[in-house]
Ligand binder design. Structure first.
Ligand code: EPU
Length: 301
């Protein structure tokens, strides 16, 4: 979708940067996605005005974080994407808490906190993506979920059209799911973390890194696990048991290393990936009677 000159000028006045015709394949870890205009939100205080402008002009929009857990449609996309600028380091320590910008890198946050003797999040070390995306999805690995440490979240709330601060206790964090509305935009989070000596945290980080390297295809383009695990089960094991590793639709392929990772083995399209997901979903349903739910966020036209 393309933004016209009048709206572009208004966005500029509101301190946002318009990047026309961006290929979202370059902004996603899967390397899949069509083209659209991108708005970089360089100021938080004008976000409510920007959202009102987009609504008044009937410009559909989606909010893109780190792009590591999203499968985006091919071709010219019918919505613009909103993006927060990257900030370095984008975090500071306040006693036992870390105050972190949503656009900051999740792994960078874990190591930053570790250097200040704040631990607990070792399991999240190899999870790619931004802190905002991790928060929205309640990202987790190796027994850790980010939601457990949230004390406060500053966000743009679609319901009120304003920037608000929510207390951690008022947010529900479930398995790969939260009570945030799809149109809410994470801006900043305050995490309260247990004190732990740096060396101890580092040892935990090393263990998780090794486990991940041994079991996941880290050097291939993917969005992590493609399906959610059903209660008490592992989709990776089920797909593996069905002998589906290496199955392809076009360049979309079930990883040879971890069967719940679907990788882009060349120039896969969104249609290829959807085709592979459908095929695997059907086979899992036929064999186990389980209806798989996708864990990646799918943006269709
Ligand atoms: N397994 C197989 N074959 C495979 C993959 C796994 O037999 O191809 C077996 C493993 O041997 C193990 C069991 O299945 O006995 C579970 O595997 P794993 O430890 O890799 O965990 P998972 O349930 O497949 C979950 C998360 C991952 C997270 C790991 C580690 C989901 C959907 N996946 O995977 O998260 O990194 O645990 O905590 O919850 C993600 O969310 O994108 C993701 C990768």
């Amino acid at each position: 979708m393309r933004i016209n000159g009048t709206v572009a000028a208004r966005l500029n006045d509101l301190g946002a940067e318009l990047r026309p015709g961006v290929s979202l394949a370059e902004h996603t870890s899967l390397g899949i996605g069509g083209a659209t205009d991108e708005i970089v939100l360089r100021r938080y205080d004008t976000i409510p005005q920007i959202m009102r402008l987009l609504a008044d002009e009937n410009i559909p929009h989606r909010f893109l974080g780190g792009g590591t857990n999203v499968l985006i449609a091919d071709g010219e996309l019918p919505w613009v994407v909103l993006h927060l600028p990257s900030v370095r380091p984008g975090m500071r320590i306040e006693g036992n808490a870390a105050v972190v910008e949503a656009s900051a890198d999740l792994g960078g946050m874990v190591t930053f906190c570790a250097k200040h003797d704040l631990g607990g999040m070792e399991g999240l070390i190899g999870v790619p993506g931004s802190v905002g995306g991790a928060l929205r999805m309640n990202a987790g690995a190796y027994g850790t979920q980010i939601g457990s440490y949230v004390r406060e979240v500053e966000l743009y709330r679609a319901a009120s059209g304003e920037i608000e601060t929510l207390r951690g206790n008022d947010i529900r964090f479930d398995y790969r799911h939260t009570s945030f509305a799809p149109e809410d935009m994470m801006l900043r989070v305050k995490l309260e973390l247990p004190s732990k000596p740096y060396k101890e945290i580092l040892a935990g980080i090393r263990v998780c890194n090794e486990k991940r390297r041994a079991s996941q295809p880290l050097n291939q383009k993917s969005a992590g696990c493609i399906f959610k695990n059903p209660p008490g089960g592992s989709v990776g094991r089920m797909i593996d048991e069905l002998g589906l590793k290496g199955q392809r639709v076009g360049d979309a392929m079930v990883s040879e290393r971890h069967a719940n990772f679907f990788v882009n083995a060349g120039s896969a399209s969104c249609a290829d990936m959807r085709g592979l997901m459908d095929r695997v979903r059907e086979q899992v349903h036929a064999a186990y009677g389980i209806e798989l739910e996708h864990e990646v966020i799918v943006w269709q036209n």
